[in-house]
Design a protein around this ligand. Sequence first.
Ligand SMILES: Cc1cc2nc3c(=O)[nH]c(=O)nc-3n(C[C@H](O)[C@H](O)[C@H](O)COP(=O)(O)OP(=O)(O)OC[C@H]3O[C@@H](n4cnc5c(N)ncnc54)[C@H](O)[C@@H]3O)c2cc1C
Length: 415
Amino acid sequence: MSEVTPQQTFDLVISGGGATGWSLLLSLQTMLPADKPLKVAFIDSFDPNKAQPHPGFDARALALSKQTLQFFKTMGIADDIAKRGTAIKTIQVSDKGAAGQVRLHHSDYHETELGMVMEAQDLGAVLLECAERNLQEQALSHIELVRLQPDKIQLAETRRDSIQITTESGHRLTTQLLVLAEGTQSSSKAFFNIDVTQKNYQQHAIIANVVTELPPNNTAFERFTASGPLAFLPMTEQRSGVVWSVASADVEQLLALDDDNFIQQLQTQFGQRLGKIIKVGKRQSYPLNLLKSDDSFSHRVVCIGNAAQTLHPIAGQGFNLALRDAWQLAKCIANTVQQKQDIGAYQSLCQFKAERKQDQQQTILLTDSLVHLFSNNNALLRAGRNIGLLLMNNKQKLKDGFARIAMGQRSGAQL
Ligand SMILES: Cc1cc2nc3c(=O)[nH]c(=O)nc-3n(C[C@H](O)[C@H](O)[C@H](O)COP(=O)(O)OP(=O)(O)OC[C@H]3O[C@@H](n4cnc5c(N)ncnc54)[C@H](O)[C@@H]3O)c2cc1C
């Protein structure tokens, strides 16, 4: 890794060192031609010397789709991921108080697994370790990386051929392309007049790890309850990662419960699928909004990941979509580098935008529709949901379509 001097020119600046920013770097390491090195500055506002944990790499359990695992395989990090993750072999979807349920099993799709569960902090550790390992390997060192952390963009000025950036710690950077992977609260978008549209779902997600009487045996449960969707994601031994969406009005009260009372509430919603819930870990909550950048592009600037769109976790699509964006952007940059063209050129960014539009729109629409359908206690909708789940379980075609969405195989993104 190189030292940064106060004034320096880069091909690319990535601002935001969460799962999306690191995925972009790893995708670039996989695709860039070895004879054409790229000079990259990587800015992250998180201060690793402070006591608080990284905001993106916490204890939340993430469901990684089969397609995400394939991307990781191509990046050469599948084994590192598998060591810390738990395979999802069965997915069971049900509605509390109704008979309808859907069950998907990996063998029906001739797959070894349908996806994988990993704690965000483990995913972060793997992404960082693998990117560092690649930087040290001679054959993969076609990125010259400068890290600025903790730091953030204080001022940015767009010129025809470049972006001029001044960071809070006083560095002045010139770059052809700036990628904002700063998450939901991305502050740098303001420099480029990138506005956002937000919808508040009036829900919070509570996450916690639990130990249950029965082992989850690689089964992921998604249960729709009157209070909101509830997921139990399988982890090692008898542990599951819980993601429970509840009305925002109830979140304080639920978080204030002691372990026994919290377990009792959770057990009432989840039932006895894994026997008794024996133990619950630390609870944490997140407000749930749909956030869309009105245009995730500006001259020489692209937003990806949660900075471009933040989704409700109901369908576990946020990071999976972010990775598809990062992968496609890396492809676009690598092609432009190969052709010795300007990586921030308008045509190149337009191509990326056109390639990603459909998947982004469909994933946002699917997630938003599921929230409305499954977070609703209206009797008609509940009846419809139940019939839908019954139908889906018995109609192989419907079930296959659902399985393909769960595995990320409907995204149109190409390896
Ligand atoms: C409860 C819950 C469950 C979820 N479950 C799933 C799931 O099962 N599957 C799935 O695919 N997705 C899931 N998601 C979504 C997933 O967690 C996010 O999509 C993903 O973590 C987004 O990563 P990101 O890097 O884009 O943003 P973040 O993780 O927010 O990272 C942003 C980074 O930018 C840095 N930063 C912020 N501001 C600045 C700045 N101004 N300058 C420089 N750096 C800055 C931050 O320090 C951070 O490092 C879930 C989300 C939640 C809340």
